[in-house]
Design a protein around this ligand. Structure first.
Ligand code: LHQ
Length: 262
């Protein structure tokens, strides 16, 4: 499919989804969200893809909702619920449910739904030029696109609530300190480091990563006993995978494993 507001390329085992509205810091239009959802689905359907990277072109990662998008309608007539259900909710659930690792390459500012987009990914690698703000409150809105679910699970309730009710900006190093990002790399080497990280994840046992995502997310709302039982069932499946056989064989033969993702 031809995209206009994102670019999507598969390079080796890594799919690159780049938000491509740099003049507006990659603010989200309905079209962009729809295209991004399609690209996420493509990454899911393509067995050659073993890691998805979501990043932004230009100096921004994503400035949240495009407040000038004409498709929103007049400011006093916006169908918020319909808009969220049609656009962001699809995108966020698509990313979270993807049975492959998803890396947010936060190249610059992330605001509002842009923060949620980064939080929906499994890992956040930030450029030293990145920053984060829960911009919703600054325009009289509440966090959406999963911001009330995802952010507290990443940085803890107190910090998530504080950021959401103040709209304060968190710079990259502070984001690392509070656990909002997994790693900060210098702006100059950002692309290189992001690629290296994604390629490393893409060489891992992909099915086991997908299963770990589901197990760990579900465990947040299950008891220990329920989780132990689910682990037993899922491990039984993982233990029948070619990647398990390869992992053990490589260990015994004292060589690096060559996982296929199955
Ligand atoms: C933008 C935007 C933007 C349009 C920068 N829209 N043009 C859901 C459902 C329905 C409705 C509402 O919202 C939601 C959920 C949400 O996401 S609400 C939160 C929406 N986002 C914001 O409120 C963030 C607004 N942007 C900013 O506060 C700043 O631009 C940040 C802090 C992101 C960056 O500041 P600067 O680095 O100083 O850049 P800038 O402000 O100069 O922006 C550069 C250009 O990008 C500028 O255009 P211009 O033509 O003047 O050069 C901005 O107007 C445009 N832009 N964000 N969200």
């Amino acid at each position: 499919m031809a995209y206009e507001q994102i670019s999507y390329q598969v390079e080796g085992s890594v799919a690159w989804l780049r938000l491509a509205r740099p003049d507006r810091l990659n603010a989200l239009t309905s079209q962009l969200s729809g295209e991004a959802s399609e690209a996420v689905a493509s990454a899911g359907a393509d067995d050659a893809v073993r890691c998805l990277v979501i990043t932004g072109e230009g100096r921004g990662f994503c400035a949240g909702q495009d407040l000038k998008d004409p498709s929103l309608g007049a400011v006093d007539e916006i169908d918020f619920a319909g808009h969220l259900r049609r656009t962001y909710n699809q995108l966020i659930t698509g990313i979270v449910a993807l049975p492959k690792p998803v890396v947010a390459g936060v190249n610059g500012v992330a605001a509002g739904a842009g923060v949620s987009l980064a939080c929906a990914c499994d890992v956040r690698i930030a450029s030293s030029a990145a920053s984060f703000l829960q911009a919703f409150i600054k325009i009289g809105l509440v966090p959406d696109s999963g911001g009330n679910y995802l952010l507290p699970r990443i940085v803890g309730f107190a910090k998530a609530l504080e950021l959401s009710i103040t709209g304060d900006t968190v710079e990259a190093e502070e984001a690392l300190r509070i656990g909002l990002v997994n790693r900060v790399v210098p702006e100059e080497s950002f692309e290189h480091e992001l690629r290296a990280y994604a390629e490393r994840l893409a060489a891992m046992p992909t099915s086991a990563i997908g299963a770990t995502k589901v197990l760990m997310r579900d465990a947040l709302s299950l008891s220990l006993e329920e989780t132990l039982e689910r682990e037993a069932a899922v491990q039984a499946e993982a233990g029948r995978s070619p990647d398990f056989v390869e992992g053990v064989t490589a260990f015994i033969e004292k060589r690096a494993p060559r996982f296929t993702g199955r």
